[in-house]
Design a protein around this ligand. Sequence first.
Ligand SMILES: Nc1nc2c(ncn2[C@@H]2O[C@H](COP(=O)(O)OP(=O)(O)OP(=O)(O)O)[C@@H](O)[C@H]2O)c(=O)[nH]1
Ligand SMILES: [Mg+2]
Length: 433
Amino acid sequence: MKKRRISLFSAPPVEDAFLVAVRTPGQSDQSVSDCLGELWRLVETAGGRVVGREVYRLDRPDPAFFITRGKGQDLARKVEACRARTVIFDDDLSPAQARNLERLTGVRVIDRTQVILDIFAIHAHTKAGRLQIGLARLEYLLPRLRRMWTHLERQRGGIGVRGGPGEQQIEVDRRRIKVRISQLKKELRQVERHRDQLRRNRRRHGWTLVCLVGYTNAGKSTLLNTLTGSAVIVNDKLFATLDPVTRRLKLPVNQQVLITDTVGFIRKLPHQLVEAFHATLEEVLEADMLLLVVDASHHEAEAQVEAVNEVLHELGAGAHPVIGVLNKVDREGARQRARRLSKLFERAVPVSALTGEGVNNLVVEISDELRYQQVRVSVRIPTHRGDLIMLARSSGRVLAEDYDDGYVTLTANVPADVAGRLRKAEAHGGGGR
Ligand SMILES: Nc1nc2c(ncn2[C@@H]2O[C@H](COP(=O)(O)OP(=O)(O)OP(=O)(O)O)[C@@H](O)[C@H]2O)c(=O)[nH]1
Ligand SMILES: [Mg+2]
């Protein structure tokens, strides 16, 4: 028997696309059209071209066709009229809905999640990034295997799908995918262990960790560059950054701070991605403080903040201290919107990461917030523990040093973990490190 193979790691490119959104009773025209606009950008970022779009009014999704059979037939006519080759839904489709819609329209039917997965795959350059996106894609593919096969049948035969491939072959593929998924998970655990070790080392050396979070394209990488003088890739496209980058941030009072730029968030972020990008998103969870970067020039900025907060909650980072960074105030109308947005945060600073305006104020806020998080210690340790004295000086602020008979009494504001080490040294008479 001739072996039939499916490529498990690459989806066909998004081709001439017809976009579909639905409007349910509670939704405004504006919010639906914003979602469609965002889907449009996603499709273009994935290398596709949009040839048409439609919004269908719907009370509730139809289990078989999502938009009901009647509307599906209407969609089929529109798709044919503009010669679209792919239909893309803004909402998640079940495998059965997608299959039924494909039969009706005669073209490939995918959803927003698939497009986001494609973009991640294009932008994943490091080993960890590729492992993570590989895992997310396979998790997405597993329940949709039957559809993959109907595509192949159609490509091969050129006429509608009848019968389809044998269950046996699908079963074989399913097993192959499951094996690969567990391999990927194993490799990812190694990546996680390595990153964990790095973080532990940083903590041991008294570094405070700050993480940039925000909607994709908000300007996180630009801000990292401006704050630290580095040259992380900045791009006017969605999900330009996938892998975390960490740089040193210099603060006025000599605190040791590391700042990490990481993957951006988006509305309806596929849960497969959140799960698979655990190793990356762990950086957010471990941070002492978050800088939530907002594109204040975007008319949907409020909704974007909400979407970011939702993902933060999902990750378990909902209670982290946050400074709102209201970015792009150099753009028209942004300053006014920034004033409104500032009400969403306890602390917020308007900035332009591009021109550098307000960035000094932000540094002062970061420094303040960190100082606020620091704890006051007063310990008596032997003077030969110069390493701890240096640590107290570099990670916080030493308020008094009194030397007396081979001991120093140190009063300082330091991060909680450094305070812990100082107290431990005192209890052990300065012996153990
Ligand atoms: N006018 C203006 N443009 C900005 C500012 N900050 C960033 N940009 C632009 O916004 C776009 C996105 O910037 P990035 O820094 O790549 O955004 P990001 O949040 O890292 O995006 P992802 O990594 O894709 O999630 C780029 O074209 C930047 O030049 C700003 O303060 N003002
Ligand atoms: Mg970026």
